[in-house]
Every structure is written in structure tokens, then in C-alpha cells.
Design a binder for this molecule. Structure first.
Ligand SMILES: Cc1cc2nc3c(=O)[nH]c(=O)nc-3n(C[C@H](O)[C@H](O)[C@H](O)COP(=O)(O)OP(=O)(O)OC[C@H]3O[C@@H](n4cnc5c(N)ncnc54)[C@H](O)[C@@H]3O)c2cc1C
Length: 563
């Protein structure tokens, strides 16, 4: 038992788990990170990071058999031949879709931090105030001021590029130099601002080192080269991942034990001590069961997996899942509505070019229901657009010799793409639970997902499509086409909730420091903790909440309040 005793255990090594590990280790705690997937070492295990298309057997396409066998993961735009090894195949890890739900996962050291799109916007005060103002979910137990210093703290280490805009709907952070809009994007930005006065699109904020500082160079990371082949793992460490950043920082302290291939089955509730003492683990390969013990436990297995682990942590004290006296565990799951997009043409600027593959788009913070409820739907959406030249490298019918070369080098006309990221309202009827009769190969019940859109999502989608069309038309675009992808929830890969934060143990599982009300040495700081979804890409908020929660947990340990 002694050899399995640590100060802290972190479950999961993705975006939030990496942060928990770094912070706990740097504060001097002997920390065990349990990761169900295989080891992926920065650089060493990025097998495709410099591969050219002709070096890949299917020229970076996914073969038909794979598409048929794995329909869910194949719907993710980033799942290609060069990245497939970082995504979970449907067949390997089944779950039950009570309603259609595309659950996209990355089971390896680093989790989805290797394959995320790296867009990072802070929440605003309006997002934290939303549920109490508009009467949905429960009141967030924190406000923007509580998390703002922690946003700064994580942004400095991660390296976020962005521009200073002074917008109250999308607060500024600690930024490296921003990426540049191209000439057509700038023109569209100006025309929309002129037409509306208050709709200011800005360049996206993202976790890329445009100009690394000492803190990044010390991590062994270098400048982003705008290759936009990030999903393979970056040879320069140009974008933030656990593998390039937080896990090496944790390891440097000498306090980290990282144990890949360790599937956490459940948490151990000690009936005599009346507290959680550790976790049960099944070895991914040998299927051998083991137990590990610690004073404090951080759950960072990603939103739905954290729900699964807690639901599976039953005892005579907690027959319905750890800390679940209220019956709230697994409920109020929400996500982002990505269904709407528009495409259009743009005339002119034919003598203008742009360089590199910029890893971000142009974005407009939510402008609906910000200061008061004013639409026939609740909450709002962010809008993104980008403009590029089509046909670059397109060769048409000229497939040989000099004509081919000339056609390859000629850029085509400008086109514009716009998309939405809408808030969804957490509801009791959107929930996850455990299968009573089906288990995976590690003996863990399959997760059942019952999550759907509602009328509010349809109204919000229609408004985005109307507004998008109007904005593009005012910007001088032509041939504007609106699309409702009708994609299932989940494909946004921003699933949140189920173990939400709140003020009252009757209606929430966690307090304002991500600490379980009824198991105070257990902390949940991945997407499961989210009370509502906001309209921003969520991961930078998970990072800030995690660093803040560790700070609180370690202080509570020192005061002997937990552990
Ligand atoms: C294509 C794509 C684009 C995205 N773009 C963005 C974006 O632009 N901005 C943004 O904010 N977010 C984006 N996301 C979402 C982002 O990746 C997630 O929000 C983030 O990774 C969540 O962090 P996490 O720590 O909760 O989970 P993860 O990063 O998924 O890590 C969880 C880890 O826990 C491990 N684990 C799971 N179950 C167990 C268990 N039982 N025992 C042990 N270990 C376990 C997993 O193997 C995994 O390594 C994107 C995701 C994808 C796939």
C-alpha cells in the first residue's frame, strides 16, 4: 500500500489534467497522473509531424472501410490519415447513444490537447451572470473577477496570441502579438463595423507562440511557423499541448509519476474514514486491477468520462454515485451549437496575396441578449469568418508540364466562410447515465448519452443565419449560401456539465473552488464542472479553473481541512 501512496492523484493528462499535474507538482506534492491511453512523448511520438502527402499511403485521406466502421469520429474534420492515431475509434470504445451524440475523444497522454483547434477566449462577466439573470441552470458561485487573475496566470505560461480591443464582451488577456487579418478580411471587418457601429470583428485569440517569451523558451518551445499541421503534434512546440508544456513542467519538479495505460474504474470511498482515499485502476493492457491512494484527487478525465467515473463510484454511503445525494450527477449536460454556417464570394483584390496558414479566424463576440433579454430566444452566439483564395494549386484540366505548373501557382477568386458557436441552455432532460447491462473490456459500464437540441437552439440558429446573411451582404459579398449542417450534439467537442458548480449542495455537486460538496478532497475541474456554456471555446476556462482549484486545494491541505 505504501508504494501506492501519493499526496495527490490526477485522473487524465489532457488539457485540464496537465494543468493540475503541473500546479500540484510545483507546489511540492508527490503527484500520480493516471492516464488510460498510451504514452505520447513530445516530438518522439509525433510520427507524422513532418510527413508530406505523398509519404502517406492514402495521401492523407481516410480509407472507406475506416469511414464505414467508425462513422462518429469520421465526422470530425480533423480526423485524417495524419492524425487518426490520436483519435479514439468508435469500435474500440463503444457508448450508448440514446439520442444521436457524436462523442469525439483522444485517449493518450496529452488527451485532446494534441488535437484541439487552440482557440482561446476569456469569458466575460455577462457569461458568469447569465444563469441567474435569465433564470436557467443555477447561479455560478464565481464571477469574472474571481477567475480573471487565473486567466492571466495560465495565459502567460501557455502563450496566447491576440489583439487588445477593450471589449467588455470578450475581455483582453496577456497576449503575444496577434495574427493578421488578410486584406479581404480587413475590408469585410470595416464594412460591417460601418454598417452596424457596434459589431467589431477581431482577430482570433489562440494558443500559438507568435513571439515566444523566456517562459516559453524554457519549456523547450519555439515560434509557430504557420504550417497549420498542428493536429499531428508540432515539431516546434509552437502551440500549447500538455505534452509540450505542462507535463514536462510537472516532470521537471521531480514530483511527477505519470502512469499511462491506467484506466480509472472508480474512486474508493472508505466507509470508516468517511472520505475518498484513492482510486481503482484497471491496467489497459494486462487488465490487472490495482488501487492507488492519495490525500487529494483531481478528476480531469474530460467532461463525460468524469461523469462516468463518478457515477461508477458507488458505495453504501453513495449508492447513486459519489457525492450524488441530490440526484444531480450526470444531469444538465450542455454543449455548443455549431450547426449554422454561410459561404459567399467576394469580388476584387485579385492582385493581393497572403502568406502562411494562419491558425485562427476572425471572430465577433456575442451581441445577442448581452445586457438584457431582448430576443425570442435565450443567450447568444459568437460568429467567426475567414476569407481565402480558392483554386490555389487547383489545376483544372491542365494536368501536364508547363501548363500544370502555371495553373498550380495561380490563385483563384476570393471566398468567405462564416460559422457560429452558440450557447445551449443546460437542462435536466439532457443527461448521461450508466448502462445496466453493457460493459467495456475493462469491466466498466458503458456510458449512455441522452442529449438533444431544443426549440431555443433552433431559434438561435435561425437568427445567426439571418444575421450572417445580412452582415455578409452589407460587407459586399455575393452568392451567399446558408447551411444548417443538422450535426448531432457532441461534434462541437465542447460537451460540458453533469458535475456542475453552484452554491447549494441540493442543486450542484461542486462549490466555487471545484471541490465536491460531499467529498471535500475530490476536485473536478474539467468541462464536467461547467454550470453553463457561454459562447467561447471553453478550454482556457478549464485551465484557469484548474490552476485556481489547485491553489485552493493545497492551501486547504496545509490547513488540515482535507486529506
Ligand atoms: C478537433 C478539435 C478541436 C477543438 N478545438 C478547440 C478549440 O479551438 N478551443 C477549445 O477551447 N477547445 C477545443 N477543443 C476541445 C478541447 O480539446 C477540450 O475542451 C479539452 O481537451 C478538454 O480538456 P480535458 O482535460 O477535459 O480533456 P482531454 O484533453 O480530453 O483529456 C482527458 C484525458 O483523460 C483520459 N481519461 C479519460 N477517461 C479516463 C479514465 N477512466 N482513466 C484514466 N484516464 C482517463 C483521456 O485518455 C485523456 O487523455 C477541440 C477538440 C477537438 C478534438
Amino acid at each position: 500500500m505504501n508504494s501506492h501512496q501519493y499526496d495527490a492523484i490526477v485522473v487524465g493528462s489532457g488539457i485540464s489534467g496537465g494543468w493540475a499535474a503541473k500546479e500540484l507538482c510545483e507546489k511540492g506534492l508527490k503527484t500520480l497522473v493516471l492516464e488510460r491511453g498510451r504514452q505520447v512523448e513530445h516530438l518522439k511520438d509525433y510520427s507524422t509531424m513532418t510527413a508530406a502527402p505523398w509519404e502517406m499511403p492514402h495521401r492523407n485521406q481516410i480509407p472507406l472501410e475506416d469511414k464505414k466502421a467508425n462513422p462518429v469520429v469520421n465526422r470530425c474534420y480533423a480526423y485524417k490519415e495524419d492524425t487518426a492515431h490520436f483519435f479514439v475509434k468508435d469500435q474500440d470504445h463503444p457508448y450508448v447513444q440514446e439520442k444521436p451524440f457524436d462523442w469525439v475523444r483522444g485517449y493518450q497522454v496529452g488527451g485532446k490537447s494534441l488535437i484541439w483547434a487552440r482557440q482561446t477566449q476569456r469569458w466575460s462577466k455577462y457569461d458568469f451572470e447569465g444563469p441567474s439573470r435569465d433564470g436557467f441552470a443555477v447561479d455560478w458561485p464565481i464571477r469574472y473577477e474571481d477567475i480573471a487573475p487565473w486567466y492571466s496566470y495560465v495565459e502567460r505560461f501557455v502563450g496566447i496570441s491576440g489583439s487588445y480591443e477593450g471589449l467588455d464582451t470578450l475581455p483582453d488577456g496577456e497576449f503575444l502579438p496577434a495574427w493578421e487579418m488578410n486584406c479581404v478580411e480587413k475590408e469585410i471587418q470595416e464594412r460591417i463595423l460601418k454598417a452596424y457601429g457596434d459589431r467589431k470583428f477581431i482577430i482570433g485569440r489562440c494558443a500559438h507562440l507568435t513571439q515566444p517569451k523566456d517562459v516559453h523558451l524554457q519549456q523547450g518551445r519555439g515560434q509557430c511557423m504557420a504550417r497549420n499541421q498542428c493536429y499531428r503534434g508540432c515539431p516546434f512546440g509552437g502551440y500549447f499541448s500538455s505534452n509540450s508544456s505542462t507535463i514536462p513542467a510537472a516532470a521537471k519538479t521531480g514530483n511527477l509519476t505519470l502512469r499511462p495505460d491506467s484506466v480509472v474504474h472508480s474512486l474508493i470511498w472508505d466507509e470508516k474514514k468517511e472520505k475518498v482515499t484513492g482510486v481503482r485502476v484497471i491496467d489497459r493492457v494486462t487488465k490487472e486491477a490495482t488501487e492507488y491512494f492519495a490525500k487529494v484527487i483531481f478528476l480531469n478525465a474530460s467532461a463525460l468520462n468524469t461523469n462516468l467515473i463518478l457515477l461508477n463510484s458507488t458505495s453504501s454511503r453513495f449508492p447513486n454515485g459519489l457525492g450524488n445525494d441530490s440526484g444531480m450527477l450526470g444531469k444538465y449536460i450542455a454543449f455548443h451549437n455549431y450547426r449554422g454556417s454561410l459561404s459567399a464570394g467576394f469580388e476584387g483584390f485579385e492582385d493581393k496575396y497572403y502568406f502562411g496558414r494562419r491558425p485562427t479566424a476572425v471572430m465577433l463576440p456575442n451581441f445577442r441578449n448581452v445586457h438584457k433579454q431582448e430576443m425570442d430566444f435565450q443567450r447568444g452566439y459568437m460568429s467567426f469568418y475567414s476569407a481565402g483564395r480558392g483554386g490555389w494549386g487547383g489545376t483544372g484540366d491542365m494536368n501536364f508540364g508547363a501548363d500544370f505548373k502555371e495553373a498550380s501557382a495561380k490563385p483563384g477568386p476570393w471566398h468567405v466562410f462564416m460559422m457560429m458557436q452558440g450557447e445551449t441552455i443546460p437542462k435536466e432532460s439532457n443527461f448521461v447515465s450508466l448502462s445496466q447491462d453493457q460493459k467495456d473490456e475493462w469491466g466498466i459500464p458503458l456510458l449512455k448519452v441522452s442529449v438533444d437540441y431544443d426549440e431555443n437552439d433552433e431559434l438561435l440558429l435561425n437568427d445567426f443565419l439571418e444575421q450572417g446573411e445580412e452582415m455578409l451582404s452589407k460587407a459586399g459579398c455575393f452568392n451567399i449560401r446558408k447551411t444548417d449542417s443538422k450535426q448531432s450534439p457532441g461534434l462541437d467537442i465542447h460537451e460540458m456539465g453533469g458535475v456542475r458548480m453552484g452554491r447549494d449542495p441540493e442543486t450542484s455537486l461542486l462549490n466555487g473552488f471545484n471541490q465536491m460538496h460531499l467529498a471535500p478532497n475530490v476536485f473536478v475541474s474539467d468541462g464536467a464542472c461547467m454550470t453553463s456554456t457561454g459562447t467561447q471555446n471553453p478550454s482556457i476556462t478549464y485551465m484557469a479553473l484548474t490552476a485556481r482549484a489547485v491553489d485552493y486545494a493545497v492551501a486547504a491541505l496545509k490547513r488540515n481541512e482535507i486529506g
